[in-house]
Design a protein around this ligand. Structure first.
Ligand SMILES: [Zn+2]
Length: 379
């Protein structure tokens, strides 16, 4: 009989703010602390993007079975509800979890620049051994993040999550879109390394960028290594973190079937990556290609009115196709929203009311669009 792998349930308290108190953040740690590879997976950073929380509950149950059989080989940290602050915000009968209502900050922006944090500390310590450099840099990252002094509940939460993710080999931040097919955002440097993740999850779009703007969680972890490579061009610096934002279809689409399938996909991925013992099987066929985030058209409404979509999720569209009409309910000509690229319509908005400039859909195109500059994500 094999010895069970350790499983630890840890809690991180959050301070109360503005008279509101919050439940602590709960983390499950599987495997020996310090074992490699290390994966960090969280859900609910945008607290109203719901399906990931059920997926991580399922994954936690599967990993507990693996742990009981002594089959955890690396270290896995799961945070099924990573944002108790967002989860406490309700308005008009709805959970409103994208933006911190106390400070108006998007919960998935403003994570620390790890490269800037450690650059001075590691300068002079790095040598010609790439693996040793990774160890030195990770140790410095943990130390620097641990020293951050948070000013409020929002920053305390950011720090608790980031401290655990910053030295990981794999970081997955699980979100969902308004109404969407499953898609991934990841660094250009992580492709095609992340292809097995995309294929296991049956992604229908993969968007690549170096810097999407605003320091989202996944990018702040993974892109630090690209920046360190540029900061120390004469030292071997590996891309030591595969980070991705996983967009699990639609915010409100929570189903037992999807959760089971997605949790199994993540378990096979973790098995293939050597964190869990077992048979992962062959990598399934990926049904999309990866394209630059700058080739993704954000469909913007030209006017106020009702959104009447003329294309379905997953439709292949061509430049000039009418993807939606914006219809003024009191009369007058509808305005058209056109595809400006050839690609796949992989996201729409679930609330069919638009105003000028509102993003009402996303098309994964192949060719970079000149207009896509600056901040590439929707705030
Ligand atoms: Zn999100």
């Amino acid at each position: 009989m094999s010895t069970p792998s350790p499983v630890n349930r840890e809690t991180h308290e959050l301070p109360s703010s503005g008279g509101k108190s919050y439940p602590p953040i709960e983390m499950w740690r599987f495997g020996e602390p310090g074992a490699r590879p290390k994966a960090y997976i969280q859900a609910g950073l945008h607290a109203d993007e719901l399906p990931g929380m059920l997926v991580l509950r399922r994954l936690r149950e599967a990993l507990e079975e693996k742990a009981a059989r002594g089959e955890i080989l690396g270290e896995i940290v799961l945070v099924p509800v990573c944002n108790p602050i967002g989860l406490s915000q309700t308005k008009g009968g709805y959970l409103v979890g994208r933006v911190d209502e106390a400070t108006d900050r998007n919960f998935n922006r403003g994570y620390p620049d790890l490269c800037a944090l450690v650059q001075e500390k590691v300068s002079g310590k790095l040598g010609d051994d790439a693996d040793e450099n990774v160890r030195i840099i990770r140790k410095a990252m943990r130390k620097k993040v641990a020293a951050i002094e948070p000013a409020d509940a929002y920053e305390t939460m950011q720090k608790a999550l980031f401290l655990e993710s910053c030295d990981s080999d794999i970081v997955l931040d699980v979100h969902a879109d308004n109404e969407a097919q499953l898609h991934l955002y990841t660094g250009t440097v992580n492709w095609p390394d992340a292809k097995d993740l995309a294929a296991e999850l049956d992604a229908r779009a993969v968007l690549l960028s170096d810097e999407s703007g605003g320091e989202p969680f996944d990018e702040s972890n993974g892109h630090a290594w690209v920046k360190l490579g540029a900061a120390f061009p004469d030292k071997p610096i590996l891309q030591a973190c595969l980070s991705a934002t996983v967009e699990l279809r639609s915010n409100n689409s929570v189903s037992a079937e999807d959760a089971r399938r997605d949790a199994s996909a993540l378990l096979r991925f973790l098995t293939r990556r050597g964190l869990v013992a077992g048979e992962e099987g062959a990598v399934p066929r990926l049904l999309c290609d990866a394209h630059p985030l700058r080739a993704m058209q954000q469909l913007r409404s030209p006017a106020e009115g009702l959104i009447v979509y003329k294309a379905r999720l997953g439709d292949t569209v061509r430049t000039g196709d009418v993807l939606a009409e914006i219809v003024p309910p009191l009369g007058g000509e509808p305005s058209e929203v056109l595809a400006e690229t050839d690609g796949v319509l992989f996201a729409r908005h679930d609330q069919r009311w638009a105003w000028e400039g509102k993003v009402i859909g996303k098309v994964a195109g192949r060719e970079v669009l000149e207009a896509r500059k600056g901040k590439l994500l929707t705030d």
